[in-house]
Design a binder for this molecule. Structure first.
Ligand code: BES
Ligand code: MN
Ligand code: ZN
Length: 494
């Protein structure tokens, strides 16, 4: 899809479909007030008939537009005008993008950005618009015949901004939104691919491809032998039962002086999590192909950073392994020595994410990062606590936690902070090793975070548990690409 921005008035625009904001209380939107009286009364009649109330997320298609150059109008509800906020506007945008991507329109004009929205500037409106249209346009086709697709191949989206608006700001937002949207879809594709395609080696090949496409990105892939030499026995213990060899992917992006400390992002890349010898129950086990979503996310954020040529240094680490039972698989009670020198009693082989992150986080310290954020589908307990709306956020640093919370709110990809206190630490005591890899039945997301905290020393670190947010189940089963928007926003704000 091609994107552009226009300041032209509505009457000079030609398109197959226009997204027209409407308010629940019947007050005209900025875009609607410049339409002809007859078209305005047609819209009023459609709303009075109850076909749409104009609530945020409501849409209604009008196929008669008189002599307007825009052939059809999709009414997009914004709720009450006096209550308009970023949330309502974003909801209308997402609904309109989705509805429009189900139509056969070759050229769409989005008039939502003509509204003045508290909390959204021109950059943000254009950014969200491009991102949402990318999101709505994604279809999974890699391993099946493409479903019937009514959409023309070369589609165009024109984002209308007010005549007097800051065009440069909108253009910048458009560029950012495109990068975020593309990156998010890249993460979704990696998540959606089955585990017999998206293997550790496949993730490594995607990382190498990324490095080839940008002069500022370099890739280094650590293989089993090198990891053994480094003493990464905690990571390696997870894939003992698998026929697939592990990869530790290291991508470095240089956008600032070599002296500037990088940001480090570390992703959990379990390409399939059977639980190992502590085998998971069969129900919905297929969804454990999404257990590499943290890795997919950080690779995608690297792609966005490179595309936007962000003025920062960035290191991305993705620990890619498969967790399988087998004759050589790790058994409950086995003890391994992590790269940090500490020993771990593996009481449950299904608590494997923290075992790979222990070594990946320890390895990340060598880059002396200003901030380390890890991203992992780590615990079912986090899903139980927060459901599918918020990712779990854990940090000992209030400052870093606030940066991430704000980035989550601003990007519409929110996090909720959960405790990470020393009170929980004793739960990880082991009679036979320096620590155990699980705590009690309670506060499972927190004890997992506590475990990770032991491998980051005093680094400025935060942990995102995306067990509830990385994918959807049920009829809309599929990767969400979260938290790519949050982390890209976080990097943009630095
Ligand atoms: N990948 C899972 C966590 C998970 C489960 C994410 C369900 C999303 C949905 C992780 O490796 C795991 O199995 N965690 C265990 C830890 C437990 C054994 C302490 C869990 O949450 O049950
Ligand atoms: Mn597991
Ligand atoms: Zn897992």
């Amino acid at each position: 899809m091609e994107f552009q921005i226009t300041t032209d008035p509505i009457h000079s625009l030609q398109a197959d479909l226009g997204i027209l904001p409407v308010y629940q209380d019947g007050k005209p939107s900025a875009a609607a007030s410049s339409l002809s009286p007859s078209l305005r009364s047609r819209i009023a009649r459609a709303m009075a008939s109850g076909d749409t109330q104009g609530k945020p997320g409501d849409t209604l298609l009008l196929t008669e537009t008189g002599n307007l150059g825009i052939k059809r109008l999709l009414l997009a509800g914004l709720g009450r005008k006096d209550k308009l906020d970023a949330r309502a506007w974003n909801k209308a945008l997402a609904a309109a993008a989705q509805r429009s991507e189900r139509s056969a329109s070759a050229h769409v004009v989005d008039l939502l950005g003509l509204e003045t929205v508290p909390g959204l500037d021109e950059t943000r409106k254009a950014r969200n618009s491009a991102e949402q249209w990318h999101h709505a346009s994604y279809r999974y086709t890699a391993t099946r015949k493409a479903a019937k697709d009514a959409r023309p191949k070369d589609r165009r989206l024109t984002i209308a901004v007010a005549g007097g608006a800051d065009l440069a700001a909108a253009e910048q937002g458009l560029k950012q939104g495109q990068a975020i949207g593309r990156a998010r879809n890249f993460a979704r594709e990696l998540g959606n691919l089955p585990a017999n395609v998206c293997t550790p080696a496949y993730l490594a090949s995607q990382a190498r491809k990324l490095a080839r496409s940008s002069p500022r990105v370099t890739a280094k892939i650590l293989l089993e032998k090198e990891m053994k030499e480094l003493g990464m026995n905690s990571l390696l213990s997870v894939c003992e039962g698998s026929q697939l060899t592990p990869r530790l992917i290291v991508l470095r992006y240089k956008g600032a002086s070599p002296k500037a400390a990088p940001v480090a992002l570390v992703g959990k890349g379990v390409t399939f999590d059977t639980g190992g010898i502590s085998l998971k129950p069969g129900r919905a086990m297929d969804e454990m192909k999404f257990d590499m979503s943290g890795a997919g996310c950080v690779l995608a954020v690297m792609q966005a950073a490179a595309e936007l040529e962000l003025p920062i240094n960035l290191v991305v680490l993705a620990a890619a392994v498969e967790n399988m039972p087998g004759g050589r698989a790790t058994k409950p009670g086995d003890i391994v020595k992590a790269m940090s020198g500490e020993t771990i009693e593996i009481l449950n082989t299904d608590a494997e994410g923290r075992l790979i992150l222990a070594d990946a986080l320890h390895y990340a310290l060598r880059f002396k990062p200003s901030r380390i954020v890890d991203v992992a589908t780590l615990t079912g307990a986090c899903l139980m606590a927060l459901g599918r709306h918020y990712s779990g956020l854990f940090s000992q640093s209030d400052e870093l936690a606030e940066e991430l919370r704000k980035a989550g709110e601003d990007s519409g990809d929110p996090v909720w902070r959960l405790p990470l206190g020393p009170e929980y630490m004793p739960e990880l005591k082991s009679n036979f090793a320096d620590m155990a890899n699980i705590g009690s039945r309670y506060a499972g997301a927190t004890t997992a975070a506590c475990f990770l905290s032991r491998f980051v020393k005093d680094a400025n670190w935060a942990h995102l548990d995306i067990a509830g947010t990385a994918w959807k189940t049920g009829a809309s089963k599929g990767s969400t690409g979260r938290p790519v928007p949050l982390l890209t926003e976080f990097l943009l704000a630095l």
